[in-house]
Design a protein around this ligand. Structure first.
Ligand code: ZN
Length: 666
């Protein structure tokens, strides 16, 4: 469940309830007036009222006082009772006869006062029973007063007045309603088609407040809505068409806009319900999105940002980012942008101060247990929403929303942050704050994200991880530069991506050594105009563990290339006459060409053998020449010289250096 914090305070609700009976109760259970009461609140959805009936037994316990020859009598002519705002049909009856009542709104505007006039004065020791009844009709949607009564929803405060231990309160709700009570403890019972919540012998009636919230979603109005491929059902309280129309418009305009901003299509195939509900308010939220059930609930307020925030949770939820702050921050930044694009006010997150109240590392921000309401939880929630928004907004401001859309895309595809030459590998796990930071760094080049996370997101232990990461990233960047077109090996990229920086460091050192050998190889092959085996790069980049095998192979190629270099030097060297004679019938040039070909084909063994052949042939040429000369006559040699046979032999040119195949990138 993702939630959107209310921007206004709900504290007033509970507070008002707590204050009302205290200030009013005193006037009822006045000194000397003993009052026992039994009050029943019955929800009547057909009549859209809550029927209240209160039986009050009043006893005057003030003794008559004799002062000289005067008897001083204290009597009561009436009493007053508190009731919710929005009541009708007030009646008071005693012994079958109606009593006169007056109804007025308390100057605070938070409750109604019912004044009842007794049929006759109540003198010392006298007792009377009065039944007061009235209907709670509720206040219209979006009234400050929280009382609501409609066929789909009822919210009201139930309280009892009277002397300690002599007060009972009962709430009766027909089946079909889902009831939540806040405040005082009650006993719950079920049967005969109703649910009953009871508190009896209430010890401190002045402290007793019960807020009742009863919903029956089956009675909500419904309108279907198709927005592109997305299906919605907007469900509202009967009679509140204003809310239904407002919300439907936010959905119709907001969904395509959000999809465009976020760069991802609407991700929910099934119909999403958008329901009008008071329930989030009861827990301090403006709305929420149960992504598993595909149900959005938002309060009665006509607040575009709340609707858009909840809609954006279709993308930003636990299946996209692991941490709550990421999903809330992105949802809020998206909503604020969408509101501005739809012509609403462009809201920015409030600045955070160093010792912001309720501050804590956002990585510790979990969904609170809803029922565990406390000021501390409320302060954490308040801070969590503001700081999440601030963090994501700060990064978006730096790199631009389009760049962040690339991060969202990678998160949706669950691809790795450290990418090789090929398309990014799919990791498959939900992107957490670590990979988010890596994706931001790799895809947007953000310089600020790390600092922002240090300030507001990480715990002290995680800050140490950031230090290790910074060092590893420097080594990784050096490896990328040294690669000159060769991407870091898969094993290195994986270790970087999983923040196993010790392992990454070792693999990077290993890769650097392999690259140093490769550079030595390149130096030789460049001189020789040879192309090293292309598969080498592929093998380097795909290596998952140590690079011993790759390095061995590079070493072999280097050794072979060095032999070819030696063979080339030998083959092109100026030769003495005797050496030239010794080479008669041999073809070192052809053998050398064959060695080069074998090298480029990747057959280093053959290349080395052929190079050695060339060297061997050339080195032994002088000796063989001497042997041949010894056999032939001096005259023959002279004749050969004269006819210029040996003149035809020309020094072979050194091949021009080929472009550096392995250095295509700066
Ligand atoms: Zn949210």
């Amino acid at each position: 469940v993702s939630r959107r914090r209310r921007r206004w305070s709900l504290a007033g609700l509970a507070l008002a309830a707590a204050i009302v009976p205290a200030s009013i109760g005193g006037s009822v259970a006045a000194d000397g007036l003993e009052l026992a009461s039994d009050t029943t609140y019955t929800l009547d959805p057909a009549a859209t009222v809550v029927r209240v009936e209160s039986t009050l037994t009043l006893t005057n316990t003030v003794p008559d006082r004799v002062e000289g020859n005067v008897v001083r009598q204290t009597y009561y002519s009436g009493f007053s009772l508190p009731a919710p705002v929005g009541i009708a049909d007030v009646r008071a009856v005693s012994a079958g006869a109606p009593l006169r009542t007056t109804v007025r709104l308390d100057p605070s505007g938070e409750f109604t006062v019912i004044e009842v006039e007794l049929a006759r004065n109540l003198f010392s020791g006298e007792r009377t029973t009065v039944t007061v009844s009235y209907d709670i009709t509720g206040s219209p949607p979006r009234s400050t007063d929280p009382t609501r009564v409609n066929p789909a929803y009822a919210a009201f405060l139930a309280w009892g007045v009277g002397s300690p231990g002599q007060v009972a309160v009962r709430v009766v709700v027909p089946e079909g309603f889902e009831v939540e009570t806040l405040g005082a403890e009650t006993e719950r019972a079920e049967g005969l088609g109703v649910e009953v919540f009871t508190a009896t012998e209430i010890a401190e009636p002045e402290e007793f407040v019960l807020f009742v919230s009863a919903r029956n979603d089956a009675a909500l109005d419904a309108r279907r809505l198709t927005v592109g491929d997305a299906e919605f059902e907007v469900r509202s309280w009967p009679g509140d068409d204003e809310w239904a129309e407002f919300t439907a418009r936010q959905v119709a305009e907001g969904v395509p806009l959000l999809a465009e901003l976020i760069g991802q299509p609407w991700p929910v195939e099934e119909t999403v319900q958008v329901r009008q509900a008071y329930t989030p308010y009861l827990y301090g939220y403006a709305g929420w999105f149960d992504t598993a059930a595909r149900e959005i609930e938002v309060g009665e307020a006509l607040d575009a940002e709340v609707v858009l925030h909840e809609l954006s949770h279709a993308w930003f939820n636990r299946s996209l980012f692991a941490e709550r702050w990421l999903n809330e921050g992105f949802a809020q930044v998206s909503a604020a942008q969408a509101v501005a694009r739809l012509g609403g006010p462009a809201r920015e997150p409030g600045a955070l101060v160093a010792d912001q109240p309720g501050a804590f590392p956002l990585n510790d921000w979990q969904n609170p247990v809803l029922e565990a309401r406390s000021d501390e939880v409320a302060a954490r929630e308040e801070y969590g929403y503001q700081a999440s928004w601030w963090v994501v907004d700060a990064i978006a401001d730096e790199v631009g929303w389009d760049a962040l859309a690339a991060v969202i895309d990678a998160a949706a595809r669950r691809t790795v942050a450290y990418v090789g030459d090929a398309a990014p590998e799919v990791d498959g796990t939900v992107v957490d704050w670590r990979r988010f930071l890596d994706l931001v760094a790799e895809l947007t080049g953000s310089a600020r994200a790390e600092q922002v996370l240090r300030e507001r997101v990480v715990t002290p232990a995680q800050a140490a991880e950031l230090d290790a990461r910074a060092e590893a990233r420097r080594a990784y960047e050096a490896l990328q530069a040294a690669g000159r077109g060769w991407a870091p090996p898969l094993g290195v990229r994986r270790a970087m991506g999983t923040w196993t920086f010790t392992e990454a460091g070792a693999l990077i050192d290993d890769a650097q050594r392999a690259l140093a050998t490769r550079d030595a190889l390149l130096a030789v092959t460049r001189t020789l105009g040879l192309t090293p085996v292309a598969a080498l790069e592929e093998r380097f980049e795909s290596a998952e563990g140590d690079l011993d095998a790759v390095r061995r192979e590079v070493d072999e190629q280097l050794a072979s290339a060095e032999r070819i270099a030696a063979a080339t030097a030998a083959e092109v060297a100026d030769r003495s006459l005797l050496e030239q004679v010794g080479l008669w019938g041999d073809d070192p040039t052809g053998t050398l060409a064959a060695a080069r070909e074998a090298f480029e084909d990747g057959d280093t063994a053959l290349a080395t053998r052929l190079a050695d052949d060339v060297i061997g042939t050339v080195e032994s040429a002088g000796e063989r020449g001497r042997e041949r000369v010894a056999i032939a006559s001096g005259a023959l040699l002279a004749a050969l010289t004269a006819t210029g046979v040996l003149v035809a032999r020309r020094r072979r040119a050194t091949p021009p250096p080929a472009p550096d195949e392995l250095n295509p990138l700066p």
